[in-house]
Design a binder for this molecule. Structure first.
Ligand code: ATP
Ligand code: FE
Length: 335
């Protein structure tokens, strides 16, 4: 069974084709327009999705080497995300499913970030249930206890900003372009993580808070540039390394708490921030030092993509879990 996955929740228009757990094509059109504005502009995102969706789906089918008539179902992101952006993907998915007379399958974007681990990959083992998932992205920071494909429980989450936002807002303070997370990562790899210290916010055992960190970094930069206007430029690598170290250490603290409280030592990360080299290394070390079994997704399955939507589509297809044509998009959505 061939399944087409469509993702349009934020600023990436994506389509992928999956066959028996293997990804045949995974196409992403990242919208450049938002860079000028230093953040995603919802109205512009919707328009760009409309321009991109047909060519992106065509390309995904061509790369997979199949015609649309061979599809068994169409899976799409129902939410959470930007309403106007979601509507483009869902309307397209509905039309295609209706035109081809095949099932329509709704997918929860945050579940998809976790279930991306079930895509068949060479030399990569899949998580065993139950496992702990740390979903770290531009809009979410969650610790999820995953008992089965669709049995997930959020046991911890951020009370304010998401970790991706913390990266992006810190980058903005440092004068880096949007989205700054990957840039902080690049500079951090050449810097000293102990050069500066930022205090880690205190909230519940499994919860997160990132808004204080952003303010701390702002004051830190303001104070230092008063005496040295070139402070940022001269110390970019050390500043980025120190910010990244603080964030990764904080994420690991919470994961350790989750492992201790649940007794589950199998841990998987997902979402855009799991592309970060710091968290990837920290998890690899936890395998050696803490005896955890860890799962780190391939880079292209970390940030928004449709391969993760397609795998969820396939899992639901096997359970005949199909959606009605009147299913509505949802900006906010839990499990
Ligand atoms: P959500 O999934 O919560 O709806 P989203 O889809 O916008 O949000 P993702 O695409 O999953 O988010 O992740 C994007 C975020 O990941 C951005 O904040 C970006 O800066 C961050 N990010 C990507 N790569 C890295 C990296 N190497 N280091 C740090 N942050 C990164
Ligand atoms: Fe995402």
């Amino acid at each position: 069974i061939y399944i087409l996955g469509i993702e349009s929740s934020c600023d990436d228009t994506a389509a992928a084709v999956i066959l028996n757990g293997r990804i045949l094509s995974n196409v992403v059109a990242s919208q450049k327009i938002h860079e000028e504005y230093g953040g995603v502009v919802p109205e512009l995102a919707s328009r760009a999705h409309q321009q991109n969706i047909v060519p992106v789906v065509d390309q995904a089918l061509t790369k997979a080497g199949i015609s649309k008539r061979q599809l068994s179902a169409v899976a799409f992101t129902r939410g959470p995300g930007l309403m106007g952006a979601l509507l483009v993907g869902s309307s397209f998915a509905k039309s295609l499913a209706m035109g081809l007379d095949i099932p329509l399958i709704e997918v929860n974007h945050m579940q998809a970030h976790i279930l991306a681990h079930f895509i068949e990959e060479k030399n990569q083992s899949k998580p065993n249930f139950p496992f702990i998932a740390l979903t770290i992205s531009g809009g979410h920071t969650q610790i999820v206890k995953v008992s089965d494909y669709f049995k997930m429980e959020i046991i911890g989450q951020t009370i304010d900003d998401a970790v991706g936002e913390a990266f992006d807002k810190s980058a903005k303070i440092l004068g880096l372009p949007y989205p700054g997370g990957p840039l902080i990562d690049q500079y951090a790899q050449k810097g000293n993580p102990k050069a500066y210290s930022f205090t880690k916010p205190k909230v519940g055992d499994l919860d997160f808070s990132f808004s204080g960190l952003k303010t701390a970094i702002l004051y830190f930069v303001q104070n230092n540039t008063k005496t040295n206007p070139n402070f940022i430029k001269e110390n970019m690598e050390d500043i980025c390394a120190s910010i990244q170290f603080t964030i990764v250490d904080y994420l690991m603290d919470k994961l350790k708490n989750a492992v201790q409280e649940t007794g589950i030592k199998e841990v998987a990360i997902g979402g855009g921030v799991s592309a970060n080299s710091g968290i990837r290394n920290a998890l690899k070390n936890a395998e050696k030092n803490l005896g955890w079994k860890t799962h780190i997704p391939k880079f292209e399955y970390c940030t928004d993509n449709a391969a993760m939507i397609a795998i969820v589509g396939e899992l639901k297809y096997r359970q005949k879990d199909f959606s009605e044509m009147n299913v509505s998009s949802k900006a906010r959505m839990t499990f």
